[in-house]
Write a protein that binds this ligand. Structure first.
Ligand code: KIV
Length: 271
């Protein structure tokens, strides 16, 4: 008798059901095969192949330099490591802003070349045509409002967004427009918790918060921040679950000492 080992995969429909049933959605970024495998096996609902790869993988100051080809490389590696979770891939800066044809072509490249399940792009009203076009092609789209790092030079800082009434009103309108255009979820980054609650309650699609309080339908963190790989970044919204930087530093120092003292390799560690 064969045992049915079929795994129930997370889809965009699963996420809608989770929102309707009040179950919170967990999302983390990942950029490579090995971490994606660990996160998927741990039971994460969504892996975001974020353009934050530009910062945490490539060492750039902003997300702007990363290219579509580089995002595709990261996404391919992540998809090879997962079996259950939904994979969302960021459209990088410059790959969708010019017009909806270019946006669709970029989204198609991601879907064809990576095996990812959906794409994410930043902005509201200004990217609506692109969202509709991509959704019409059968590609699930996640929106991203609030702090949108690809527009950092427009805003000048990474401070909390939509504190003023006019910006909050635009964000609420943008969220509804994204939903109408067919987005399956929206990331809300660094906005007041009360505003995120209002937006989340006004939508039937899930919101995923980062620095947006506890009333979003899910939460996302950048893996390097929550695992303590990158320890310089300590915003108020971050909960750090590990200090990998310290543990790796200790391990590498011990290894160097063992090599120098000729303790490594010992007799059992050779042929
Ligand atoms: O690129 C990224 O990591 C993101 C998250 C911060 C949501 O967009």
């Amino acid at each position: 008798m064969s045992v049915n080992k079929e795994i129930k995969k997370v889809t965009t429909h699963t996420l809608q059901k989770m929102k309707a049933g009040g179950e919170k959605i967990s999302m983390l970024t990942a950029y490579d095969f090995s971490f994606a495998k660990i996160f998927d096996q741990a039971g994460i609902d969504i892996i975001l192949v974020g353009d934050s790869a530009s910062n945490v993988m490539a060492g750039h100051e902003t997300t702007l330099p990363i290219t579509l080809d580089q995002m595709i490389y990261h996404a391919q590696s992540v998809v090879r490591g997962i079996n259950r979770c939904l994979v969302v891939v960021d459209l990088p800066f410059g790959s969708y802003q010019s017009n909806s044809q270019i946006a669709l072509a970029s989204a198609i490249r991601i879907m064809k070349e990576t095996g990812g399940h959906s794409i994410k792009l930043e902005g509201g009203e200004e990217v609506l045509d692109s969202v509709s076009k991509i959704v019409s092609a059968g590609i699930p789209v996640m929106g991203h409002l609030g702090l949108t790092p690809q527009s950092i030079y427009k805003f000048g800082t990474y401070t909390v967004r939509a504190k003023e009434a006019d910006e909050a009103a635009k964000l609420k309108k943008d969220a509804l427009l994204l939903q109408e255009a067919g987005a399956f979820a929206i990331v809300l980054e660094k906005i007041p918790a009360a505003l995120a609650k209002e937006v989340s309650e006004s939508l039937h699609i899930p919101t995923i918060g980062i620095g947006a309080g506890n009333n979003c339908d899910g939460q996302v963190l950048v893996m390097h921040d929550m695992l303590g790989i990158n320890t310089e970044f300590k915003p108020r919204f971050l909960r750090q679950y590990l200090n990998i930087q310290e543990q790796v530093d200790n391990a590498v120092k011990k290894y160097i000492a063992d090599v120098k003292s000729k303790d490594f390799p010992n007799e059992q560690e050779q042929y």
